[in-house]
Design a binder for this molecule. Structure first.
Ligand SMILES: *Cc1c(COP(=O)(O)O)cnc(C)c1O
Length: 463
């Protein structure tokens, strides 16, 4: 079950135990810059929160709630930070975290490449004018149609995940008269979540070809015999919401060992390795993510060290941050509908969205922060659970957080760090229409993904 493997630690007890570890914050009005986007601040004059200089009450008025509010300066700055930190390496933004045409343009302008893992993501990227040579195509079960589409588009690299796929890509490339660049997705027996990683002898997961059982080496053998494939190197992705580079160290060591084995067996040194994504962000003040510059230094050092030990030339390195680029850029703006107090227990605050716009809490027990944003408040902190409007008691947006005790219907609350894996995983459960993504910059707001309408729902339902 997904719960037992989720990245944010064990499931909380249903009710916080006596003397629980969630202390009330000293100042409920404080917006921790670690979890809020760059231009989000609380205006001193009236306590209202603004982003890119825009009053959240006006954003709610104009665009409705719930809405994802995306801070363009924030996301562009993160792209630049990763690009600069990894100068001499390649940064691929993992589009599955969040993808829309505006974002593709920003990514391209800031010099990042793009990972896609479906024909749909590829279509969005191409329609926004992304250079196909800068696109990498991932996925453990790409269809023949996906592969043909990718090859026709001229994607720069396909990350092959199985023997079947090696044959399919080779066949499609041959038919199109091209030599397709590929990397082999290898599993290195490392699974990293948050601060810990688990190293196992053989790995129980659907992705990739195992280094330990020789399947990765066999994949390399097969590819090297095929004239329509050019093997660029090896790819490893070990997990998500990782705060520590220890897992990457083990991964890099095993990938480099395989590169050395390939050199010894075939007399070729593959030019690239890709260590994947997975770098963590701060969802709450308790999280302490590393800066891209520190991550870059550590990863580059690890690869250099492992290569020196194996007497290999240092290959070109790629990384694939998704969450670390998109996550902190966005908050979800909700309106409070009802407040239900359970004496001595907690208060349920119902907002006008829920698991359809943020499934991560229900799916992974993810933790989030939440703040009252339409005004400041001096009221006492009240232990709250922010829930949605779906017909499901697991419809929880923020499991445990403090909100001011004078919170009431009509107040606006916002949940920060919802830029990754929220809109991209959004659903129509209960036929609720998915919220818009509103990009804000320099006092201007514009819809980059519009709100779904009932007409959109009915258009698919052909009766
Ligand atoms: C999901 C994924 C990423 C991005 O992961 P984040 O946790 O968002 O950084 C990168 N590479 C691959 C292959 C992935 O599957």
């Amino acid at each position: 079950m997904s719960r037992s493997a989720h990245p944010a630690g064990p499931r909380h007890a249903d009710v916080l135990p006596e003397g629980h570890a969630l202390p009330a914050p000293e100042d409920l009005n404080f917006l921790d810059p670690k979890v809020w986007s760059k231009t989000t601040e609380r205006r001193a004059a009236d306590g209202v929160v603004t982003v890119a200089g825009l009053d959240v009450r006006e954003l709610a008025q104009e665009f409705g709630t719930p809405a994802y509010i995306l801070d363009e300066d924030d996301i562009r700055e993160r792209c630049r930070a990763w690009k600069d930190a990894f100068a001499g390496s390649d940064v691929f933004y993992a589009g599955k975290a969040f993808l829309c045409r505006a974002l593709v343009k920003w990514i391209a302008e800031e010099g990042l490449n793009l990972d896609v893992c479906s024909s749909g993501e590829l279509a969005v990227a191409l329609s926004a004018g992304m250079d196909p040579a800068r696109i990498a195509f991932h996925g453990n079960n790409k269809s023949a149609a996906d592969i043909t589409r990718a090859i026709e588009a001229g994607v720069g690299r396909i990350i092959v995940d199985s023997y079947e796929e090696i044959a399919r890509v080779a066949f499609a490339a041959e038919r199109h008269g091209v030599v397709q660049k590929v990397l082999v997705r290898v599993t290195v027996g490392v699974e990293a979540h948050t601060h810990e990683f688990i190293a196992t002898a053989h790995e129980d997961q659907k992705f990739g070809l195992s280094v330990a059982d020789g399947k990765a080496a066999e994949a390399v053998r097969r590819i090297l015999k095929l004239g329509s494939l050019e093997l660029l190197g090896l790819h490893s992705h070990i997990g998500s919401q990782i705060f520590d580079t220890a897992g990457f160290e083990v991964s890099a060591r095993r990938v480099v060992a395989l590169l050395a084995a390939i050199r010894d067996e075939h007399g070729v040194q593959l030019p690239e390795i890709d260590l994947g994504g997975g770098l963590g962000i701060a969802y709450t003040s308790a999280d302490d993510p590393k800066q891209p510059s520190d991550i870059a230094r550590e990863l580059v050092d690890i690869v250099k060290r492992e290569c020196a030990a194996a007497d290999l030339d240092v290959p070109r390195l790629s990384v694939e941050p998704g969450r670390a680029i998109a996550g902190p850029s966005t908050f979800t703006l909700y309106e409070v509908g009802t407040v239900k107090q359970l004496e001595g227990l907690r208060t349920y605050v119902s907002v006008d969205g829920g698991m359809s716009d943020n499934i991560r809490t229900a799916l992974y027990d993810a933790e989030y922060a939440v703040s009252l944003v339409s005004r400041a408040s001096d009221a006492e902190p009240m232990l709250s659970r922010v829930v949605g409007k779906h017909c499901e008691s697991g419809d929880i947006v923020v499991r445990d957080a403090y909100l001011p005790a004078d919170l009431g219907p009509g107040d606006l609350v916002a949940v920060p760090a919802t830029g990754a894996y929220c809109r991209s995983m959004a659903s129509n459960y209960n036929h609720i229409t998915r919220p818009p993504v509103v990009a804000v910059k320099d006092g201007q707001a514009r819809v980059v993904v519009r709100r779904e309408t009932e007409d959109d729902l009915l258009r698919l339902d052909v009766g």
